[in-house]
Design a protein around this ligand. Structure first.
Ligand SMILES: [Zn+2]
Ligand SMILES: [Zn+2]
Length: 60
């Protein structure tokens, strides 16, 4: 199962995580913002799950 993470704070330009259609990300272990070293608290949801579709529909 693939999980998407939604950061609570806007990612910095240094972020290297691939952004998903819903606006969430799949954290890159080497990302200075969301990688293994920091692993900040982030909302998580299943890819293409209910929450993912909901977020996608609110995107412009
Ligand atoms: Zn990142
Ligand atoms: Zn998603």
């Amino acid at each position: 199962m693939i999980l998407h993470r939604v950061p609570y704070v806007q990612p910095s330009p240094a972020c290297r995580c691939p952004v998903q259609v819903c606006g969430g990300i799949i954290p890159d272990p080497d990302c200075p913002d969301h990688g293994d070293r920091k692993s900040p608290a982030m909302e998580r949801h299943e890819a293409d799950g209910e929450r993912c579709r909901e977020l996608r529909s609110t995107r412009p």
